[in-house]
Ligand binder design. Structure first.
Ligand SMILES: [Zn+2]
Ligand SMILES: [Zn+2]
Length: 214
């Protein structure tokens, strides 16, 4: 497997391209902004793009979709609980922040916990891990996890946003932390890490901090 990425937009979001070298098929995770750069990343890979998979639909994860889909006619996958962000709230946030945003069409396919997705011969299991956003999912497989804004190196996604749920976040982190320790985590922001490293050093996984203040 090959992974490429670009950090895009004012929110410095990581958009990942996963390529199965055997079949030369690819999926794009969270095309958040700078669509032209993401189109070039896909073209430069030489792979055939099959789909756009979204971890969630905050503005910084969906702002590049419209441009990417002008070049690649591929379906957008999203958990239905994040539809309010996709269809309305992200556009509203763009107005609020005063940043440009092009409303994408779709989404075209619904994700659910336990779904198996394929990228060529690679298999990923969808894990629903709400909290930061109600429809947040991680894509787990091939020894790695693409997990959006669930877990960062040394931190976690915000839980003070509209539709966030700190209680659900704590449960999701517990579930996510049960993945094998050598699982490489590719987060929506910042550097990659591993489950083991975060269990040793991340205050939200060592028990020193919780998303829900009790
Ligand atoms: Zn987010
Ligand atoms: Zn984000």
């Amino acid at each position: 497997m090959r992974i490429d990425f670009r950090t895009v937009g004012p929110f410095q979001e990581n958009c990942y391209l996963v390529v199965d070298p055997t079949s030369n098929r690819a999926v794009l995770i969270d095309p958040g902004d700078d669509g032209e750069r993401l189109v070039r990343m896909v073209r430069d890979s030489g792979a055939t793009l099959d789909a756009i998979w979204l971890t969630h639909a905050h503005i910084d994860h969906i702002g590049g979709i419209a441009e990417v889909r002008r070049h690649f006619d591929v379906p957008v996958y999203l958990h239905p609980l994040d539809l309010p962000y996709y269809t309305q709230l992200s556009a509203r946030a763009a107005d609020m922040y005063g940043v440009p945003f092009e409303q994408p069409d779709g989404p075209h396919r619904e994700l659910a916990d336990g779904d198996i997705l394929q990228c060529g011969g690679l298999r990923f299991t969808v894990m629903h891990v709400p909290g930061h956003a109600p429809g947040l999912v991680s894509f787990n497989g091939a020894g790695l996890s693409l997990s959006g804004d669930l877990l960062f190196a040394g931190s976690i996604g915000r839980t003070d946003l509209p539709l966030s749920d700190p209680f659900a976040m704590d449960a999701s982190l517990d579930r996510f932390a049960a993945l094998p320790e050598d699982t490489v985590v590719y987060p929506g922001h910042g550097p990659m890490t591993t489950i083991g490293e975060e269990k040793r050093s991340n205050p939200f996984l060592t028990g020193r901090a919780r998303a829900l203040k009790r």
